[in-house]
Design a protein around this ligand. Structure first.
Ligand SMILES: Nc1ncnc2c1ncn2[C@@H]1O[C@H](COP(=O)(O)OP(=O)(O)OP(=O)(O)O)[C@@H](O)[C@H]1O
Length: 293
């Protein structure tokens, strides 16, 4: 049995909006990044997983339980961070954490205390006076405080500064070490690359990719950017590598060509600058986005 399973999930909002025949699964202990541009269907899928929306067809289940039929069981037991957090504005952070802990029947507050300290969150502030980042931290504390074995996080780093984003990445890594199963939506490739085992990508409500990151890493092309001293040399080089792109005396090419051969070929010319690197995950996935992010 898969820990999280979505099968043929469909919800048509009209005008081509919604999610259509979405299927993917997450195994126990796996960390899966759910990537997609704005409006791609990440939140809609997650809301079905949390039992807030009724599928038009298809099914979402967690630990074999139907997410809609067993919504209260799911909501009580999953560590969940919503994309748009609706807080009780008049409460302080502390009061709200206590309120949620009571609702989720959490007796031990030590995990919440550790998270508050780790994220440097001042919980004495009233929620209506909190910045976006503070509210996001509060949401993270609530999602993680029950030490749930399954976490569903909708754009968890939205509103966090780079330092806190890094701390969040560490939190995910630690949670993975502790055997948690995590589904995390994002449009930030880097954070997904740093934390996830697998990527599921959604575009216009449909799944367009589902790949292990290890396979993607091993399969990445090399990216070359070469600046020739002479424009003429760049043109000659371009003829040897017809797939490359040329802009004045600059050649950009991506491919699996033997690096030794490329370096040997380059060495025949006077070069001003050269960069050789692996493709980023974003570059690999750009084809699925079709140019739009
Ligand atoms: N209840 C609804 N009624 C009508 N349209 C909806 C509803 N919920 C979502 N949509 C539309 O469905 C599409 C998918 O929205 P969703 O919120 O799932 O996207 P997302 O991938 O989470 O985007 P973002 O990154 O912007 O949060 C959007 O075009 C959205 O406007």
């Amino acid at each position: 049995m898969k820990t999280i399973e979505v099968t043929g999930l469909t919800k048509d909002y009209g005008n081509g909006k919604g999610i259509f025949d979405v299927s993917f699964s997450v195994d126990k202990g796996e960390v899966v990044g759910f990537l997609g541009a704005n409006g791609a269907g990440k939140t809609s899928t997650i809301r079905h997983l949390m039992g807030f929306s009724k599928p038009e067809s298809g099914k979402a289940s967690i630990m074999g339980k139907d997410c809609f039929k067993d919504a209260s069981l799911i909501q009580e037991n999953i560590g969940y961070l919503p994309g748009e957090i609706a807080f009780m504005d008049n409460m302080t952070g502390h009061e709200f954490i206590k309120f949620m802990a009571d609702m989720k029947k959490i007796k031990d507050s030590s995990m919440a205390d550790r998270l508050i300290k780790y994220l440097e969150l001042d919980t004495s502030v009233r929620i209506k006076k909190m910045s976006k980042g503070m509210k996001q931290k509060l949401g993270i504390v609530i999602a993680f405080m029950q030490d749930a074995p399954i976490l569903i996080l909708d754009e968890p780093t939205s509103g966090l500064d780079p330092l806190m984003q890094n701390k969040f990445v560490e939190l995910i890594k630690k949670s993975k070490e502790n055997g948690k199963t995590i589904l995390m939506s994002s449009h930030i490739f880097e954070e997904v690359e740093n934390t996830c085992d697998r990527i599921v990508m959604i575009k216009n409500g449909k799944i367009v990719a589902d790949r292990d990151l290890e396979i993607i890493r091993n399969d990445r092309n090399k990216h070359y950017e070469i600046i020739f001293a002479e424009k003429n040399d760049a043109e000659i080089f371009k003829k040897r590598y017809p797939e490359s792109k040329i802009d004045e005396n600059r050649i950009i090419m991506t491919g699996k060509d033997d690096i030794n051969r490329v370096i040997k070929d380059i060495s025949e010319y006077k070069i001003e600058d050269i960069t050789i690197r692996h493709q980023t995950l974003e570059e690999v996935f750009m084809k699925y986005y079709g140019g739009e992010k």
